[in-house]
Design a protein around this ligand. Structure first.
Ligand SMILES: C[S@@+](CC[C@H](N)C(=O)[O-])C[C@H]1O[C@@H](n2cnc3c(N)ncnc32)[C@H](O)[C@@H]1O
Length: 226
């Protein structure tokens, strides 16, 4: 959403503005639901959740259809205007109540300790400041609250690591909405003080060529209870 600055009246962009990537992602992400099995991954990521949930970087809202009925409310934060519009449409079709809200992971527009669970899928690769985003997630989760994640990151052998780092330094983030290939989501969660629950590494696609985006982790982490 273009934001109007209060003092100057000047129209400014939102914190994340990737209109071409947004259009591209809206298309390929829907295909990936069945072709790459992303629908099944989303189902596993969200299974067993209940109560109030905050989802960060909700994109076009593809997780919404997979929330269990024990979830009482989802607050879905999405900074990109086109993806947010699509998320609003997905929210209208959702069985659980979903409120789509503009905002960025690094400064969540919600109260502290207000959520039982938080969700990030394919987002930590794209946020500008991972430690700040994870500190915000900890802030808004209640003590003992759970974080469900599905993220891609560094992986493979030396040649793949070299390729991932090279792409990160050059064209990849610019062409892919700020996405990075060589981040380490598990290390970032640990550094941010989350307790890691069960998680597993998986390849996407499971069969076929290994791509720089193939090395994924799916799992649970917790905000420590005290
Ligand atoms: C690859 S898409 C994933 C979308 C969705 N989570 C999914 O699973 O399909 C990355 C998402 O992260 C969002 N994003 C990028 N930077 C962000 C930030 N700083 N705070 C919150 N979301 C961000 C993008 O707008 C986009 O919706």
């Amino acid at each position: 959403m273009p934001l109007r600055s209060a003092d100057s009246g000047k129209v400014t962009r939102g914190p994340v503005h990737h209109p071409l990537f947004a259009r591209y992602y809206a298309r390929i992400s829907v295909t990936a639901e069945t072709r790459l099995g992303m629908g099944g991954v989303r189902e596993r990521m969200l299974a067993g959740l209940s109560g109030r949930v905050i989802e960060i970087g909700a994109g076009n809202g593809l997780n919404f259809a997979h929330y269990p009925s024990a979830v009482s409310e989802v607050v879905a934060i999405e900074p990109e205007r086109l993806l947010r519009q699509l998320a609003v449409e997905a929210a209208l079709r959702s069985d659980v109540p979903v409120d789509v809200v503009p905002g960025a992971a690094e400064a969540l527009p919600v109260k502290s300790e207000a959520f039982d669970a938080a969700v990030v899928s394919l987002v930590l690769c794209s946020v500008r400041d991972v430690p700040r985003a994870l500190a915000e997630l900890r802030r808004v989760l209640r003590p003992g609250g759970t974080l469900r994640f599905f993220e891609h990151g560094k992986g493979g052998g030396r040649a793949m690591a070299y390729t991932q780092r090279g792409l990160d330094r050059t064209v990849w983030p610019r062409l892919n909405g700020g996405c990075h290939l060589a981040r380490d989501p598990i290390a970032a969660l640990r550094d941010a003080g989350f307790e890691l629950g069960p998680y597993r590494q998986l390849l996407m696609p499971e069969k076929g060529p290994r791509l720089p985006t193939s090395y994924c982790v799916l799992g649970t982490a917790w905000r420590p209870a005290s």
